[in-house]
Design a protein around this ligand. Structure first.
Ligand code: AMP
Length: 207
């Protein structure tokens, strides 16, 4: 299964990606996680991404596309993958299409998660992220998965959230139409419990 998850920040892509990747036995490739890991490790890539991430802007396509193209050559992605947070604009979607066409391995589906504006803001401002495993969580004092310490991502602070949502609407939302045109789009509501949304996603993808 070669799958892309699309949806506004806070729609629960990261949370669902973990369950869907496990269900389909494919790697979860999250560009935001790769950037954060590079920031933490102090690499040149992390340094390049930092100022864009801090402002809620997209990291330039030249940096991001090369990083994803490289990640897709890893052995674990040969039989499928779940991309979370990429593509983030139509130009990236076109590059992804070319990369996959060159290997004759096109996408199987693009799953869009939708959520109201109010719920997005509520979720993002109460979201905490694990310093150890990077998983997002709400309403916990320690990471429920690994017991790690939780922190609030700088870009989950109120002033950056509104910019991220503007960037989503202006740059990322157009990929929904792009994929609809390609006949790949499936849309589900991202309201309800985590387990309900996972079940909805799996039954929609089975169709
Ligand atoms: P995320 O964890 O997906 O919310 O991503 C956090 C931040 O990483 C974004 O606000 C961007 O600054 C950057 N980022 C993640 N994925 C991409 C991408 N595909 N293109 C450009 N920037 C990205």
């Amino acid at each position: 299964m070669r799958l892309v998850l699309v949806g506004p920040p806070g729609a629960g892509k990261g949370t669902q990606a973990v369950f869907l990747a496990e269900h389909f036995a494919i790697p979860h490739i999250a560009t935001g996680d790769i950037f954060r890991a590079n920031l933490k490790a102090g690499t040149a890539l992390g340094e390049k991404a930092k100022s864009f991430m801090d402002r809620g802007e997209l990291v330039p396509d030249s940096v991001t596309n090369e990083m994803v193209a490289d990640r897709l050559t890893h052995a674990d992605a040969v039989n499928g993958f779940l991309l979370d947070g990429f593509p983030r604009n139509v130009a990236q979607a076109e590059v992804l299409r070319e990369i996959l066409a060159s290997k004759s391995t096109p996408l199987d589906a693009v799953l869009e998660l939708t959520l109201s504006h109010k719920e997005i803001i509520d979720r993002l401002s109460s979201r905490r992220t694990c310093r150890e495993c990077g998983k997002p969580t709400v309403g916990e004092s320690k990471c429920p998965s690994c017991g790690g310490e939780l922190y609030q991502r700088d870009d989950d602070k109120e002033e950056v959230i509104s910019r991220r949502l503007e960037v989503y609407e202006s740059q990322t939302a157009p990929i929904v139409n792009f994929y609809r045109g390609e006949g790949l789009l499936a849309t589900i509501s991202a309201t309800g419990s985590v387990a309900e949304i996972t079940a909805r996603a799996i039954s929609t993808l089975a169709k």
